[in-house]
Design a binder for this molecule. Structure first.
Ligand code: THU
Length: 127
């Protein structure tokens, strides 16, 4: 399962729009219903409008299936082979749809896996 997700993350990375950072990122998510979605980072000349690969994948799943999705796992890949864990904003978005999700990413010392609550302790929820 991890390999399949990582392969999808690498594949979608090629679609990234990253002319400002030249850092291409791909992400793939596996839902508890078995479906997979992927996304890449989409940058903008107004830098703050950039959407990370992880959020692109999640928003694409919601657009396709609606909000009743549960993320089981997320894989992240980048074209520099450097450490790259989901940013704070993406951690919160992953938590919204996957409070029990496992994240596969490149850590400082190589491939790593972590539970979303390790990456985002005390994530915010309404109700
Ligand atoms: N980026 C992602 O897409 N995902 C991450 O996990 C880390 C950062 C993107 C945002 C921006 O387009 C580029 O990487 C450099 O920060």
């Amino acid at each position: 399962m991890r390999k399949k997700l990582e392969q999808a993350a690498v594949k979608v990375m090629k679609n990234a729009h990253a002319p400002y950072s030249n850092f291409h990122v791909g992400a793939a998510i596996l839902l508890t219903n078995g479906k997979m979605f992927s996304g890449c980072n989409v940058e903008n000349a107004s830098y703050g409008m950039t959407n990370c690969a992880e959020r692109t994948a999640i928003f694409s799943a919601v657009a396709q299936l609606g909000p009743k999705i549960e993320i089981q796992a997320v894989a992240v890949a980048n074209d520099h082979g450097v450490a790259c864990s989901p940013c704070g904003a993406c951690r919160q978005v992953i938590y919204e749809f996957g409070p029990d999700a496992t994240i596969f990413f490149q850590g400082a010392a190589g491939p790593k896996q972590a539970h979303i609550t390790e990456l985002l302790p005390e994530g915010f929820r309404l109700q």
